[in-house]
Design a protein around this ligand. Structure first.
Ligand code: SAM
Ligand code: SF4
Length: 291
């Protein structure tokens, strides 16, 4: 699909829940958020109808996210149904990894193509301070599980002066020692993220250059996202930088987002979206959804 600015849109991020089992300081308040009632959340069958309409338009790559997608009941079956939908070329997952070790094998069997883990800290205590939960070892086990299963794996880190400044080089080293990519994502001024001073990709690159030497731009294909990838000397995987603030990347945007409560958004910065749930529940046809 081409949008009105000439960009090819072939990727959709689907949030399957607004709930989460962690409370990362930049994302969820300690008391959690007022959960959307269950009947306001799209059912899996409804999401699949949106996907069928999307496929007709050339949206063929999908990512499941949240909240925390692995806490939603039936998620493995949903991955299978999504992967088996005619025209779908890839299904990826973004997760905090807490539940992945126990579910990885079933997700792999369901056809999951790739997984991104969010990992901002490299020790249990710092992780606990940031997320409110003492589960760092489970996340690390989740990453090991994905690597063991041969699922394409990335690790995402939001750099912060507080919480993880001492961990950036160690997190990057996961890409030195394992066949995975690490990405540093600049903090975006959305939600609780507004309360944090963003650390620029340049600041992280300077730290990594001092530790690991001069990188070269990576020529490998790394997926559907807006990251710029580099290869550091001696690293197995690459290190990517998603610089939402310091570099305008809107010109290369390829995606739409479907929120758990059924809004279709063309941009993360759009407050409102299109009420797809209303359309679905008023009996709209596939053609109407595509339109
Ligand atoms: N719970 C899953 C997880 O943490 O991977 C999926 C949802 S989470 C909202 C997806 C990603 O968004 C995580 O990597 C998280 O670090 C990132 N994120 C959340 N708030 C952000 C912000 N204000 N700026 C940049 N990234 C943010
Ligand atoms: Fe949950 Fe992910 Fe937000 Fe952390 S970043 S609170 S894991 S949704």
């Amino acid at each position: 699909m081409r949008d009105s600015l000439g960009r090819t849109i072939d990727y959709m991020r689907i949030s399957v829940t607004d709930r989460c089992n962690l409370r990362c300081a930049y994302c969820m308040p300690p008391e959690g958020i007022a959960s959307v009632p269950h009947n306001e959340i799209l059912r899996y069958e409804e999401i699949l109808r949106v996907v069928q309409a999307g496929v007709q338009l050339g949206i063929v790559n999908y990512r499941i996210t949240g909240g925390e997608p692995l806490i939603r009941k039936g998620i493995t079956d949903f991955v299978r149904m999504l992967r088996e939908t005619k025209g779908v070329q890839s299904v990826a997952l973004t997760t905090n990894g807490v539940l992945f070790a126990g579910m990885g094998e079933a997700l792999h069997a369901a056809g999951l193509d790739a997984v991104n883990f969010s990992l901002d800290c490299l020790d249990a205590g710092s992780f606990h301070r940031l997320t409110g939960a003492n589960v760092w070892d489970r996340v690390m086990l989740g990453i090991d599980t994905a690597l063991g299963l041969g699922i394409r794996t990335k690790v995402n880190c939001v750099p912060m002066e507080d919480y993880n400044a001492a961990h950036w080089t160690g997190i990057a080293a996961l890409a030195r020692d394992n066949p995975l990519d690490v990405r540093f994502i600049e903090m975006m001024p959305i939600g609780l993220g507004k309360g944090f001073a963003p650390v620029s990709s340049e600041a992280v690159k300077a730290r990594l250059r001092a530790e690991y030497g001069e990188p070269v731009p990576s020529l490998r294909k790394h997926g559907n996202g807006p990251a710029e990838y580099y290869d550091y000397p001696g690293f197995t995987g690459s290190v990517g930088f998603i610089s939402a603030l310091s570099h305008a990347f809107c010109g290369g945007c390829n995606r739409m987002r479907l929120t758990a409560d059924g809004l279709l958004k063309a941009c993360l910065s759009c407050g409102d979206g299109l009420d797809i749930k209303g359309l679905l529940r008023s009996g709209a046809s596939g053609e109407a959804l595509a339109a």
